[in-house]
Ligand binder design. Structure first.
Ligand code: HPA
Length: 274
């Protein structure tokens, strides 16, 4: 039951508060292969998801599964070093528990990041894409079930999921750092299988530029609970059917790892500016 999840989140907050009293301003979700940014967070207090009662843990080997509380410059932040995915078998409301937890801890801005396949044929492997909007209709809404009134309303508006001021700030930081920034629409599938070429043609025809297995459901839950949200995809591969290279998580990890230095520079600059 949803209300049980809310009570559980309250319990987890108490557990976290025994370890840190820090009130984060900015929450960050580090995508596959992009977790090097966690080393930029100073005075870190690390809490593994497994230390929290009934909290989902990351089963994906590319994801650590821990919160990192600390500072970037003087700004208090909390980062998710490893996220929870729907394909791991958790319910969609369990998948978004960490997002809601970070809001309940006080964070107001959420920066999402991910590795994604490029559907837009002008995108190159290694490009960054700022997410301007999303298609989440292929996975269940994380808001299904009794509404958590303490967090947000029953029928939240999704006209402006990604905050235009944050988009502007990210573009500005990227330009100052000389990092090329594409923009586009992110589509979430459940995964864990990659898509078929016919699915990619379908997704392109409905307006998607990039595809991944996370993020959109997190953004819906984040808007519901009042976060200001932005998102950056690292295009780790051309989506199925565009190139002949078979898709693999190794390739995703290698490409994201190579882009990681620029990603860290960008994140550092964005967090200082917002
Ligand atoms: N499809 C889905 N998820 C992904 C991809 C992809 O091509 N690349 C990285 N994550």
């Amino acid at each position: 039951m949803m209300t049980d999840i809310y009570e559980n989140l309250t319990l987890c907050i108490n557990e976290i508060r025994k370890k840190t009293d820090m009130i984060p301003e900015t929450a960050i979700v580090l995508g596959s292969g992009l977790n090097q940014y966690s080393t930029y967070i100073q005075n870190a207090c690390i809490i593994n998801y497994g230390e929290l009662s009934n909290f989902p843990v990351s089963t994906n080997k590319m994801h650590h599964g821990r919160f990192i509380f600390g500072y970037v410059d003087k700004k208090p932040v909390v980062a998710m070093d490893g996220r929870i995915h729907y394909y791991e078998g958790y319910s969609i409301e369990q998948v978004v528990m960490p997002i809601r937890l970070m809001k309940m801890l006080g964070a107001e801005t959420l920066i999402l990041s991910n590795a994604a396949g490029g559907i837009n044929e002008t995108f190159q492997v290694g490009d960054f894409m700022i997410i301007t909007d999303q298609i989440s209709s292929l996975v269940p809404s994380p808001l299904i079930g009794p509404n958590m009134d303490a967090l947000g309303c029953r029928f939240p508006d999704m006209s402006h999921i990604y905050d235009s001021q944050l988009i502007w700030a990210i573009k500005n930081c990227a330009e100052n750092l000389g990092i090329d920034m594409k923009e586009g629409i992110y589509l979430q599938t459940s995964g864990p299988n990659y898509e078929s070429p016919a699915e990619i043609r379908f997704y392109r025809s409905i307006g998607a530029d990039a595809v991944g297995m996370s993020t959109a459901c997190e953004a819906v839950a984040a808007v519901h609970c009042g976060f200001k949200v932005c998102g950056i995809s690292c295009i780790t591969n051309k989506a199925a059917g565009i190139s002949n290279t078979p898709l693999s998580d190794e390739e995703v990890a290698v490409v994201a790892g190579k882009s990681s230095e620029n990603f860290c520079r960008l994140m550092d600059s964005v967090i200082r500016q917002i």
